[in-house]
Design a protein around this ligand. Sequence first.
Ligand code: UDP
Length: 359
Amino acid sequence: MRILTVIGNRPQFVKAAAVSRLLRKRHEEVLVHTGQHYDDELSQVFFEELGVPAPDRRLGAGGGSNTEQTARILGLLEGVLLQTAPDLVLVYGDTNSTLAGALAAAQAGMPVAHVEAGMRSFDRTMPEELNRVVVDHASLLLLCSTETAVANLRREAVVGQAHLVGDVMADVSIAFRPIAAERSSALADLGLLEGGYLLATAHRAGNVDEAERLARLVELLESLPLPTVLPLHPRTAARLEATGLRGRLEAAPRVRLTPPMGYLDFMHLEMHARAILTDSGGVQKEAYLLGVPCVTLRESTEWTETVEAGWNTLVGLDRDAALRALGRPVPAAARPELYGGGRASERVCDAIDAYTARG
Ligand code: UDP
């Protein structure tokens, strides 16, 4: 079978690292990089470190608003789909590349498999939430990370088949832990002590696009009680520049700004952080898997199990709530295995095999 996979941004490179290797043992894969993320720091480093196969096609469709970008990818993909005639199109997550991949394939009458299907924050103001809902309803094979996701899809009466497979990002997190421990010197390079610092990331549109929200984020970060490493996503860096807030963060005595990190250095810092503050979906999961308390800088999350298990606290941009969350003791109970134990990509490939075999 020929499977065409659409990827385009940082978390999708991580997800493809888990799946492409296995998929290629059983099928022909055409890997399309949309160019949604094009900086080396957000793209190339993940191919190198995680062994993601080189893309077969590069669409170079980065930049612009969500609508412009989605439309550009959609237009370019139409030709690629006609030329390559895949038996199935595989998309990951909730980005413009996911939406365009799913729509282009569905319009061409090709079956779509969606990895990380059924995730819902129930916050329709998030562009990602709109993408998730539309993609799930355009997909025929819905590969879910959690039971909650399966239940969400059932409630929405999607037409595709839903399978609980676990989370493919968890596969990568588990597999690369020893490699990060061996190869990364990020802790020493930054002069940090194990358990003696916080790690933060922020790039959601809802947190960084409006100047007033961004200022609240900066105030929150300034008030944190430990050295705080903040690898700056380009979107956040651009907004900090545009609003003149970058100088304030640079002057904050405990905040350490860095460029976006490669996977191994970032994971090394995640492993040894006292806690992680983030608005990233992937990072919430990774914190849980590593047993590091997470403070989520959003009012809602798709990864509700991490909150229920007591390892993740939602604080939005409320500084006092963040400080209180950091003071909470870690749960004494063992962490339940939530994300498939490192075998999700195998189950993704099995589900694809079963689906394509049925013809
Ligand atoms: N990540 C990384 N370097 C960084 C920040 C994040 O390698 O400086 C990784 C992180 O470990 C996770 C993924 O990028 O695997 C999450 O991506 P992001 O936060 O951009 O996306 P989201 O999960 O929010 O969609």
